[in-house]
Design a binder for this molecule. Structure first.
Ligand code: FAD
Length: 494
């Protein structure tokens, strides 16, 4: 076995287990993560010096968090770990990275890479979602986990998905007043999903515990809820919502209600961070359950591109336990492809466990279904892309005037997804609007193609990239194209 050290992008549960497996087989992988400490989203660690206990930070997940942190600790010196390192571009044979602290840029050659980049909230806007004081659920949770602070004193949480109830539980426990949980799904959805979810009884019980706990603490838990608007100019003042449910053949609409609050957290389940897989040339397919175009991977985590492996939520939402299994499985696949003998029985076991979790995940999607009427009900004035300030009406008009039926055409005509977030926040919503306005199925409108930089990079990085390019003949050609991307992005930001 020879060649470059394998590279892992992402030090969440998937990346850490992948690293552990590679190290156990005698390799010294490079582990890149833009975060300052390992753990990923769920096992995110606070900055050094913060003294909240693991039990306070991670609740039921304290044991697993501890296990991942210990595994990572035991790898010290056995791998090349680079925290605060953003991979902002990927190309055949080369990853472009930037140290987020010093803003120094570099290019790293790769022979094989495990992409374990995780997920973010799926954002479906409502009127007022850009008012200061409105956060994604993930943002609300990061504030709590990383800095030990809440997004407000009187908080409304809205959307759908298990994270909604988990964040509510964590916020109440942390001392915030959760004024209401407004879930677009219903109890009947959850009952219908039970058969699929019974295969993972512990996870199911955990979810039921959060619900029961919130009930016991008299937190208003509303179902069939649609947020009509957030009120407030300089800051959130109130959320106005109503109950909307389908009866046999009509939409039953309840009275408007207003809740005074100073912060809102919202999210409609999660979406995978797929841009690096896209830039690496992986083939994508539409996943009807997750309503998303996802990079293809086989049961072992191999993508369609030789040498590129996919693990964890970055290739489809499966949850933290699955991310650990998938990280290990992808590493075993990589080792096997390099000619290293691996434990085939272990690989089979990992795949069987992942298949069982996949059934549970299907149940979760059924328990917290996507609000299918969102696009139809979205008002023309609603802002979808906050970077470029593009409304639903502008998207619909482009569809009408330009006969647009495809996402990248919509982007070219309207600039949707061309701003700082590169479509990571607005892409899902824009796709839904395009499908609704053009009457083309969501699967066929496609996805915004990944573009570098996948996350904003400062203009100051340019100098470093140039010096990196000039200091190494082997990377100069590719680094040249990277510099071009940076210049474009920096220009956009200004
Ligand atoms: C906002 C949010 C909150 C969640 N909260 C919970 C929870 O409380 N409980 C629960 O059970 N599940 C939660 N989940 C789901 C859970 O986090 C995931 O299932 C699990 O963390 C997936 O592990 P992973 O290793 O695939 O990805 P992650 O844990 O997300 O790790 C991905 C890592 O990749 C890094 N990364 C991403 N892109 C780049 C890049 N371009 N360059 C460098 N590094 C990069 C990130 O910094 C991160 O550390 C949450 C998910 C999200 C998005």
């Amino acid at each position: 076995m020879s060649g470059l050290p394998p590279i892992i992008v992402g030090a969440g549960p998937a990346g850490v287990r992948a690293a552990q497996t590679l190290v156990a087989h005698g390799l010294r992988p490079v582990l890149l993560d833009e975060a300052p400490r390992a753990g990923g989203q769920i096992y995110r660690q606070p900055p050094p010096g913060f003294r909240r206990s693991k039990k306070t930070l991670y609740g039921f997940e304290a044991g697993r968090a501890d296990a991942i942190h210990r595994v990572f600790g035991a790898l010290a010196g056995k791998l090349d770990y680079r925290p605060e390192t953003l991979v902002w571009n990927a190309q055949p044979g080369l990853l472009d990275v930037m140290h987020t602290g010093t803003q120094a840029a570099d290019s790293i050659a790769w022979q094989d890479v495990i992409v374990a980049t995780g997920a973010t909230d799926r954002v479906l806007p409502f009127p007022g979602w850009t008012v200061p004081g409105v956060y994604t659920l993930g943002g609300a949770q990061v504030a709590l986990k990383f800095q030990g602070c809440a997004i407000g004193r009187k908080v409304v949480l809205a959307g759908t998905g298990p994270l909604l109830y988990l964040v509510a539980y964590q916020y109440v426990k942390a001392g915030a007043e959760v004024m209401a949980v407004l879930d677009s799904s219903s109890l009947s959805d959850r009952i219908a999903a039970l058969p699929d979810m019974l295969g993972q009884p512990l996870l199911l019980l955990k979810g039921m515990y959060y619900l029961a706990w919130l009930h016991a603490h008299r937190i208003p838990l509303e179902s069939h809820a649609r947020v009509l608007r957030v009120e407030g100019d300089a800051h959130v003042r109130a959320v106005v919502w109503r109950r909307e449910s389908m009866t046999a053949d009509a939409l039953a609409v309840g009275p408007e209600r207003s809740i005074d609050c100073d912060a809102v957290g919202f999210g409609y389940a999660l979406r995978s961070e797929t841009q690096l897989a896209d830039l690496l040339g992986c083939r994508f397919r539409f996943d009807a359950v997750q309503r998303a175009h996802l990079p293809e991977r086989d049961d072992a985590g191999r993508s369609s591109v030789p040498g590129v492996y996919l693990a964890g939520d970055g290739a489809g939402i499966m949850g933290a336990d699955a991310a650990e299994l998938a990280g290990e499985r992808a590493a075993l696949a990589l080792l096997h492809d390099r000619g290293v003998r691996v434990d085939a029985a272990r690989a089979d076991l990992l795949e069987r466990r992942l298949a069982r979790i996949a059934v549970f995940r299907k149940g979760l999607e059924r328990a917290f279904p996507f609000p299918h009427k969102w696009a139809q009900l979205a008002d023309d004035k609603l802002i979808v892309c906050r970077c470029e300030h593009i409304s639903v009406g502008e998207l619909r008009q482009a569809v009408r005037d330009g006969n647009v039926q495809e996402m990248n055409r919509l982007k070219a005509l309207t600039r949707v997804g061309m701003g700082r977030c590169q479509g990571r926040m607005c892409g899902a919503a824009a796709g839904e609007i395009l499908a609704q306005a053009s009457a083309v199925p969501l699967a066929q409108v496609g996805r915004l193609r990944g573009q570098a930089p996948v996350k904003p990079v400062p203009i100051g990085m340019r100098m470093s990239a140039l010096s990196s390019a000039s200091s190494s003949a082997s990377v100069s050609a590719s680094a040249g194209s990277s510099v071009f991307s940076v210049a474009l992005a920096a220009g956009e930001d200004e």
